[in-house]
Design a protein around this ligand. Sequence first.
Ligand code: ADP
Length: 460
Amino acid sequence: MSIKTKVTLWFSAILIIVVSVTFITVISVSDSILQKTVKDSLIEAVEKNTEEIEYYYILSDEEFDKYNEYISFNGGFLEVDDDFLNTTNGITIGLYTENGSLIYGENILGKVISETPFSDTVIKTITVSKTEYYIFDRKLDDKTLDGLWLRGVVSATEGDSKLSVITEISLTVLLLIMLIGIVIGVFIAGRVLKPIGKITDAAEKITDGDLKQRINLGEGTDELKVLANQFDKMVDKLDRSFEEERRFTSDASHELRTPVSVISAQCEYALESPMEIEEYIESLEVIQRQSKKMASLINDMLYISRFENKKDDYVFKKENVSELVLDICNDMSVIKEKNITLSHTIEKDIFADIEKELFERLLSNLITNSYKYGKENGKIEVSLKSKDGKTYLSVSDDGIGISEDEKEKVFKRFYRSDKSRNGSGTGLGLSLATEIAKLHGGEITLESELDKGSTFTFIF
Ligand code: ADP
């Protein structure tokens, strides 16, 4: 079942429950209000009638003519005003003697009413033929009217017609609200979940191999936009790393092809026809040089691949960087290639979180390059210092230098400047050093002038 259907069903179910509870509440509250109104009108009608009855011992002829009703009572007359209400709003009122006989007014229920004992100012409920009735009695207080009772009777169903109107109206209104609510709910669910469709489409295309596919929901803080943007960033990263891998593989094969072709050509040449021993030696030297080049290429590539795989597993520890740099300088100063001298200026006891093996690799790569691209009788200066909470490790030489337009390129994989192309380099040292620097949260900067020398600084 789709999320849209599920959300719609849940929403509708909740709406139905809310509407039903509201309906039941409205009806029961209206019913009790209506019942109270019926009872109040009963009391009011009976109370009003108490004022319409008077007692006279003797009546003049004029009075006899003036009033409507005269009932003989206790040796005199009871006079009932015109305003006396027999029946009003479904209420029937009767005047009774203590023993229950009706002397004036209405009693639509007959015996049941006359046999029910009187109780002053109390509303009683009786059931006649499955219908409930309210009865309200009022004993007449005047001394001359002693022994007389007014009794009002009204059906409890009197308010039913009003209740059914209320039921009808509230049912119609609530059903309408429910319908509109469901329609709006379906519309909102559709709108809110629309991006999920886009995410699914993009994911499907990516699964089919199109890594250029993006969701592009735009910037925003709602959860789906955040998810989509995070997804796009993830695919971006994947795309870039696949691209890099592809480029690396193709560059690596390209780099390996040259020494393999040279070796193969030298072999063919040597085997073609008998040669002088010096020529064989020459060919073998070429083959040896190319093999060494291939070996260092393969070594560097294996190191990079191991580094990429282990990237997240390296453990960084607080180390005395000053001592480590000093050890490396001492070890590498014995190289003495091209009669180059290596000196150092190392600030004492600089500590930092580093991965020792990678750190050594970075520094030895920089120093090796300075030897490789240094001049005869040249100088290499290694310096380590700490400033403003950062550590600066630099390797300077007075070698061949790097031209302005090559400064950025030398950090790219397999790049070698024109001047050094024929050397033993693989073009992988600086790119690896940059990766190591990044892993330490740092960077490598370069200052260089052609034919004057270069300074590589690792800032971390
Ligand atoms: P490799 O030295 O194996 O060729 P690197 O990645 O270490 O590869 O260096 C890339 C290129 O940068 C080198 O081929 C060289 O042209 C240039 N380079 C690196 N270090 C120096 C340096 N100290 N002086 C001059 N050029 C350098």
